[in-house]
Design a protein around this ligand. Structure first.
Ligand code: C5P
Length: 209
C-alpha cells in the first residue's frame, strides 16, 4: 500500500520570532511511518516542526503551519491508498502574521485568532476508496469524543488516547490506546512502546483493505 501520514504539531506564527503551537513531538506519527515501511509499504510522511530523524526509506515533507500541511496533504493524497492523520493540527492561527517582530509596546494583550481548516474534513470529498485513519488525543475518557470524531470526519478507524494517562500522550515513548471502528467495534491496546502500537495499527489497517 501507499501510505500517507501526518505527524507532529503545526506552528502558527504571529511574527518572525513568535508562534502558537502544542505539545506534540511527532513520536507516534514517526513510529507509524517506521512500522508501515517495515511492513513493506511505500510511505510519505508530512511532518510539522519536530526534532526526530526520518525513518529509513521514508519520503519526508516538512511543513510548518496547518495551511501548509493541508496543501501538502492535497498534493500527496492522490498517490495514497491510506491516509493516517496523526498530526496535532493547531485549530487556530493568528489572524495576522507580522513580517517584522512585534513591539511589546504596540501589543494590547489581545490576540485575534481565526480557525484553521480541518484537514480531514476538507479532503473528505477526495476519499474515494482510500482508508482514512484519525487520532483523538483527549484529557480523560477519550471514547465519547473519539466516537463523535469518527462519525463527523468519516473515518474508517480512529485511535483514541487519554494524553494524561501514565505512560501515554505526547512526549512519551509509550502509549495505550483504544481503536474504534464505524461498526461499533472497540479494541484496546494496553501500555506498550509507540512502535509496537504503530505495528498493531498497521496490521489492523491491512485487514480493512
Ligand atoms: O484536533 P482533533 O481532536 O479534532 O483531531 C482529530 C483528528 O482530526 C486527528 O486525526 C487530526 O490529525 C485531525 N485534524 C485535522 N485537521 C485539523 C484538526 C485535526 O485533520 N484542523
Amino acid at each position: 500500500m501507499r501510505v500517507l501520514i501526518t505527524a507532529g504539531p503545526t506552528r502558527e506564527p504571529l511574527d518572525p520570532v513568535r508562534f502558537i503551537s502544542n505539545r506534540s513531538t511527532g513520536k507516534m506519527g514517526f513510529a507509524l511511518a517506521q512500522a508501515a515501511e517495515a511492513a513493506g509499504h511505500e510511505v510519505t510522511l508530512i511532518a510539522g516542526p519536530v526534532t526526530l530523524p526520518t525513518p529509513e526509506r521514508v519520503t519526508r515533507v516538512d511543513v510548518e503551519t496547518a495551511l501548509e500541511m493541508l496543501a501538502a496533504v492535497e498534493t500527496h493524497l492522490p498517490q495514497a491508498d491510506v491516509y493516517i492523520s496523526c498530526a496535532a493540527v493547531a485549530d487556530w492561527r493568528p489572524e495576522v502574521c507580522s513580517p517584522v517582530k512585534l513591539k511589546k509596546a504596540g501589543m494590547d494583550g489581545v490576540l485575534k485568532l481565526v480557525r484553521n481548516p480541518d484537514i480531514l474534513k476538507t479532503i473528505r470529498p477526495l476519499k474515494g476508496n482510500r482508508i482514512f485513519v484519525g487520532f483523538a488525543a483527549e484529557t480523560g475518557t477519550p471514547e465519547p469524543e473519539a466516537e463523535r470524531k469518527l462519525r463527523e470526519k468519516g473515518l474508517d478507524l480512529i485511535v483514541a488516547n487519554d494524553v494524561t494517562a501514565p505512560g501515554a500522550g505526547f512526549a512519551t515513548d509509550t502509549n495505550c490506546v483504544t481503536l474504534l471502528f464505524p461498526d461499533g467495534r472497540r479494541e484496546a491496546i494496553s501500555l506498550r512502546s509507540k512502535l509496537e502500537i504503530a505495528q498493531e495499527i498497521m496490521a489492523k489497517i491491512a485487514t480493512l483493505r
